[in-house]
Ligand binder design. Structure first.
Ligand SMILES: Nc1ncnc2c1ncn2[C@@H]1O[C@H](COP(=O)(O)OP(=O)(O)OP(=O)(O)O)[C@@H](O)[C@H]1O
Length: 246
């Protein structure tokens, strides 16, 4: 098998107070794959994505050990802006928007890859993948719900044309119909552009429709990993995350 697009090796992440959020994690993500990271609150899922995609200055977290490679290049500990240059974009759990600007203005103000022509094409593609955005282009972004903001965050991330898109909680705060629409958009993104996805998602039912591999985090470690269908069929996962009788 070819070398993974993303190689996480023995990664340890901790915060200011010294608490270890990610504890010696190994994880591979292959080109074109949709990888799902599951786990209870506080298991370390967000910290894992930050450990790869870079920490915002307010987060006080750091990579304390291990390595992150993208396309074989060591990118360990780089800030978000530098990660974009390596094709890695993180959509954090709470997308920040300019509330008084419209959705369209937010998109036009966002950084994009390449020149003006490239931006226009990327914007058109993002809008076509997320029809919700097209419907709300003239609405002030401050009026969007948390879930809708997240979709704007994903559309904005697409302007950077990522090879690896990481999304922290794409479905939080969305209605079941909107959740289905978001996952259909993400599937379309993978199918049309071959974008690789690493997603943290609590809505396992929705995510299982698109995930190829799944990793379950417990207390900072990856406790279970494998093909999504197998992991999501496991007794422990069904009981804990799907609330199903086994
Ligand atoms: N900015 C921060 N400063 C200090 N500790 C933090 C910070 N962010 C997370 N932590 C701690 O790191 C550990 C892992 O948190 P993390 O948010 O990565 O887990 P999670 O699995 O994403 O949880 P959730 O599903 O609730 O978002 C927790 O103990 C949490 O309290």
């Amino acid at each position: 098998m070819s070398r993974p697009l993303l190689e996480i090796r023995d990664l340890t992440v901790s915060y200011g107070g010294g608490s270890v959020a990610v504890d010696h994690v190994d994880l591979d993500v292959h080109d074109g794959e949709v990888c799902l990271v599951l786990g209870a609150n506080g298991a370390g899922k967000t910290s894992l994505l930050r450990g790869v995609g870079g920490f915002a200055s307010s987060e006080r977290g750091r990579v304390r050990g291990g390595r992150v490679l993208v396309g074989g290049v060591d990118v360990t500990g780089l800030p978000p802006r530098a990660m974009v240059g390596h094709g890695v974009v993180l959509v954090p759990e709470e997308t920040k928007v300019f509330g008084t600007l419209t959705v369209g203005e937010n998109l036009r103000a966002a950084p994009a890859k390449g020149g003006r022509a490239s931006r226009a094409a990327l914007l058109e593609e993002a809008v076509s993948l997320f029809p919700f955005i097209a419907e709300r282009m003239n609405l002030p972004a401050g009026q969007l719900s948390g879930g809708e903001r997240q979709q704007l965050g994903i559309a904005r991330a697409l302007l950077l044309s990522p090879r690896l898109l990481m999304v922290d909680e794409a479905s939080l705060g969305l209605s079941p119909i909107a959740v289905r629409a978001v996952f259909e958009s993400l599937r379309a993104l993978v199918d049309s552009r071959g974008t690789t996805l690493l997603i943290v998602e609590q809505n396992v039912r929705a995510a299982q429709a698109i995930a190829d591999r799944a990793h379950v985090m417990v207390s900072g470690s990856v406790a279970l990993t494998g093909p999504a269908r197998e992991v999501l069929q496991s007794e422990r996962v069904r009981r804990t995350y799907l609330g199903l009788e086994v």
